[in-house]
Design a binder for this molecule. Structure first.
Ligand code: HPA
Length: 243
């Protein structure tokens, strides 16, 4: 059973028919919300809103370890993540969808591993290809099927937030090879690998990144673009689950 992790603008699960809601406690604390089990695209899925249902948890304060642990405990065998991003690559525009195959991690101070030395287990997971190719292929095929383009492959840069970046920081990310930038991709992706859960992320462009569009980036602009972008993303995920 696949698990959907909803991001900004996708706290709502109106597309999902809900069968069960489970409050889970983990050795790492509480996840962002109860885990929902339901049906989407005719398939049984789990759903967890990363920021909590009322969007109260900022990216750096999310308990990523508890979220993934709880999903696995509820029977997740893979993760389909939704992430809002800023576009660095000029080939992208607001409301576009992107499907990263690589990641750059600029986050800090987050609980980023299950192998933190306390369990007595030392493990260095392979992370050469951080996203799962089978799940990526399923999403790309579904996007084609519903007539929505999906920018792929591309590189996701994870920043700490909650502030947006400076124009110079975006220039640096571009020099480093990033196409899109968001605040929630890591450590979620790495923790999934540590739990041996295949993971793919469907990213929704909320805005052009700092210095790549006209003027300042506003929350109103981000929220407006996410309404359509998330709607499109759910159309793709629904088709991916149905296929
Ligand atoms: N930067 C980082 N995270 C984001 C952005 C951005 O421009 N837009 C949406 N999430």
């Amino acid at each position: 059973m696949l698990a959907l992790i909803g991001g900004s603008g996708a706290g709502s699960i109106s597309r999902l028919s809900i069968d069960e809601r489970r409050v889970i406690r983990t050795p790492y604390g509480s996840p962002s919300d109860p885990v929902v089990r339901g049906t989407l695209g005719g398939a049984e899925v789990l759903f967890l809103p990363r920021h909590g249902m009322s969007h109260k948890i900022p990216p750096h304060a999310i308990n990523y370890r508890a979220n993934l642990w709880a999903l696995r405990e509820c029977g997740a065998t893979g993760i389909l993540a939704l992430n809002a991003v800023g576009a660095i690559n000029a080939g992208l525009a607001p409301m576009d969808l992107a499907l990263p195959d690589q990641v750059l991690d600029y986050t800090w101070g987050r609980s980023h591993t299950y192998f933190d030395g306390k369990s007595g287990v030392v493990r260095h997971v392979d992370f050469t290809h951080p996203y799962d190719e089978t799940l990526r292929g399923r999403i790309a095929g579904a996007a084609d099927g519903v007539g929505l383009g999906c920018f792929s492959p591309c590189c996701y840069a994870a920043t700490q937030g909650p502030r947006l970046e400076s124009a110079a920081e975006i220039d640096r990310l571009e020099r480093d090879g990033a196409d899109i930038v968001g605040m929630t991709g890591m450590p979620e992706l790495a923790l999934s690998r540590e739990l041996d859960l295949p993971y793919a992320s469907l990213c929704v462009v909320a805005n052009m990144a700092a210095g790549r569009g006209e003027g300042e980036i506003t929350m109103e602009e981000i929220e407006r673009n996410l309404v359509t972008g998330i709607e499109n993303a759910f159309n793709v995920l629904e088709a991916a689950l149905a296929g």
